[in-house]
Write a protein that binds this ligand. Structure first.
Ligand SMILES: Nc1ncnc2c1ncn2[C@@H]1O[C@H](COP(=O)(O)OP(=O)(O)O)[C@@H](O)[C@H]1O
Ligand SMILES: [Mg+2]
Length: 249
């Protein structure tokens, strides 16, 4: 691979994305690129449009205009099924089927994404080990602690080996130790070459872990770049100052 020649396709490309809910414009012509292999943080206040954008990217929301591509393929239309399998998505709200045991939930997810039963089972066992859930493989979701549920929620998004993983507030409302564990899992995933897009309100962590961040406000990108560059650009010591300047109330 020559550094100069090949133009690599971004993991995610959003162009002029508009999404309205009645009179409310949640996304107002938003454009954003997440490079392949990046650890990317999408930052912004509640109601800024983060979840709406993510739902558009994973094909759960129809856009009013604009386009979203995953590794160069449109997420709607004839390539929708292909982009879906390239994506791992952990929604903001943890939702687990309480009548399906932990291991089975992972296997079912893998099967849903077209894995053979054998591959899905092997991969599920790997996920159970990685997320320290192996001894709870036969438990039901409603028997798990909040932390275990969080880990299962994340593990499930990863079963099918997606190249782009989108995590909507993966560490919201969890205690310090679990938050550290979750970030550690995500870091390892990124080290293995997976592209990560996540939203978070923990700016110190975003600063430490994200290679690039974008600030979203009122449905558009207010600024985007590496944390050091953004700090320099805004003459700020910390990303939190940039945040308050750009998107603070
Ligand atoms: N299904 C919906 N119906 C109506 N309004 C919605 C819907 N989903 C999101 N919104 C509105 O769109 C805006 C952006 O919401 P959201 O994308 O959830 O923001 P964030 O994830 O950044 O907190 C908010 O004003 C929210 O109330
Ligand atoms: Mg949200």
């Amino acid at each position: 691979m020559s550094a100069s020649g090949s133009q690599t396709v971004p993991a995610l490309r959003c162009q002029g994305v508009v999404k309205r809910f009645g009179a409310l414009t949640a996304l107002a012509g938003l454009s954003l690129e997440v490079p392949e292999g990046a650890f990317f943080g999408l930052l912004g206040p509640n109601g800024a449009g983060k979840t709406t954008l993510i739902r558009g990217a994973v094909g759960l929301t129809r856009l009013d205009s604009g386009s979203i591509e995953v590794f160069g393929l449109p997420v709607s239309g004839t390539t929708a099924a292909r982009t879906r399998t390239m994506l791992g998505y952990a929604p903001q709200e943890v939702a687990l089927d309480r009548f399906v045991p932990v291991r089975e939930a992972l296997v079912l997810h893998g099967r849903y994404f077209g894995m053979t039963r054998r591959d899905a089972a092997a991969r599920s066992d790997e996920m159970l080990r990685v997320f320290d859930l192996a001894d709870r493989a036969d438990s039901y979701a409603n028997e798990l602690s909040g932390g275990m549920r969080r880990r299962l929620h994340l593990a499930r998004a990863l079963v099918h080996g997606p190249q782009l993983v989108i995590l909507d507030e993966p560490t919201a409302g969890v205690d310090i130790e679990l938050r550290r564990d979750l970030w550690e899992y995500i870091r390892r995933l990124h080290a293995d070459g997976t592209t990560i897009l996540l939203t978070t309100h923990y700016l110190e962590e975003a600063e430490a872990l994200c290679e690039r961040v974008a600030f979203i406000r009122d449905g558009t990108i207010a600024a985007e770049g590496t944390p050091p560059l953004l700090r320099e650009q805004f003459g700020a010591g910390r990303l939190e100052e940039v945040y308050l300047r750009l998107v603070g109330r």
